[in-house]
Design a protein around this ligand. Sequence first.
Ligand SMILES: CC(=O)SCCNC(=O)CCNC(=O)[C@H](O)C(C)(C)COP(=O)(O)OP(=O)(O)OC[C@H]1O[C@@H](n2cnc3c(N)ncnc32)[C@H](O)[C@@H]1OP(=O)(O)O
Ligand SMILES: O=C([O-])CC(=O)C(=O)O
Length: 372
Amino acid sequence: MTATRGLEGVVATTSSISSIIDDTLTYVGYNIDDLTNNATFEEVIYLLWHLKLPTKSELQELTDQLAENMALPQEVLDHFKMYNIKEVHPMAALRSAVSLLGLYDDQADVMEEEANYMKAVRLQAKIPTIVTSFARIRNGQEPIAPRKDLGFAANFLYMLTGKEPEPIEIEAFNKALVLHADHELNASTFTARVCVATLSDVYSGVTAAIGALKGPLHGGANEQVMKMLTEVGSVENAESYILDKLEKKEKIMGFGHRVYRQGDPRAKHLKEMSKKLTELRGESKYYEMSAKIEEVFTANKGLPPNVDFYSASVYHSLGIDHDLFTPIFAVSRVSGWLAHILEQYSNNRLIRPRADYIGPGKQEYVPVDERG
Ligand SMILES: CC(=O)SCCNC(=O)CCNC(=O)[C@H](O)C(C)(C)COP(=O)(O)OP(=O)(O)OC[C@H]1O[C@@H](n2cnc3c(N)ncnc32)[C@H](O)[C@@H]1OP(=O)(O)O
Ligand SMILES: O=C([O-])CC(=O)C(=O)O
């Protein structure tokens, strides 16, 4: 038995949800470029969960179900007062809040297909409310209830800021949600599938996935990119900053990918939005710094940017706090996690690989008093 480090190249499951073939990403056969340019996030949720695009009435039904389920149990809102909210990372708060949410769902452990589907609806609806309520409560503001007349993307920005977002903001945020929705067997989705393959519940699967997304080698990279842009500070500093990091053999966040070789097809959409939005805000230096970093890093390492790189300046231009970037990734990716959880349940087998043991050989037990 030999191990493949990081399971690189290992095919661990079949799936009908999304595919990456020759650097092309599709959701259920639809090219990501097409979906990003044309679809609402609600349509994409439906696509991932039902493996087909919705009719008008199917879309309306899902939209209504999401709207009806956005409110949080008061206990979940109250729990934000149990710790020092200003000191807590929002991803840790989200992970805990989702776990807590499971305690207030009397269907949490009901394993029927319909019950699991409705839990998916409830989680997809409530996660944006958790993120926006957390963000407001820590600023001493009251959470804002969603508006029935706004779509998913617009509602998120509205619940965060209390202001009705501009059409260009809604368009950009919707595109970002579509782009982050699913990505084959990435680390957090694999985590979710491993968890529920023990026939554990949907809340456990999503809680585990949030934990995996939090790390800077995965979803946490977008916040780290913004930290880097802040440190770089100006276009003039970008080249020396990157060359110095490379000299020290440090990783540059937002670059490289386990699967893509020529480039992440999602990055170009975010790059375009970054240019547009930073110009609109009179902060084009964030786009220009990013573009310079890309130029210098790619010339030196040959690694193109991934989805996390330009999403940082996009979210910054939308006025979003930098530590909310990864929770926003979760607001979108939960749609993919839930699709994979439902798919795993539908054809389940325990996921249990082997380890190639490399520890010591046979040893004799020595009582503690006799050990040197
Ligand atoms: C949504 C997402 O999860 S997208 C990914 C988000 N993560 C990041 O942006 C973090 C930065 N990137 C990385 O750490 C990696 O590219 C990963 C984690 C995305 C992929 O990792 P892996 O496939 O395991 O590649 P690994 O980390 O082994 O890198 C292979 C080589 O490229 C180098 N490399 C890869 N990415 C980077 C980077 N961003 N900066 C500098 N060097 C890099 C590694 O140092 C390594 O070099 P070596 O062979 O000389 O040691
Ligand atoms: O697929 C991966 O390894 C990481 C990624 O890009 C994603 O989850 O969107």
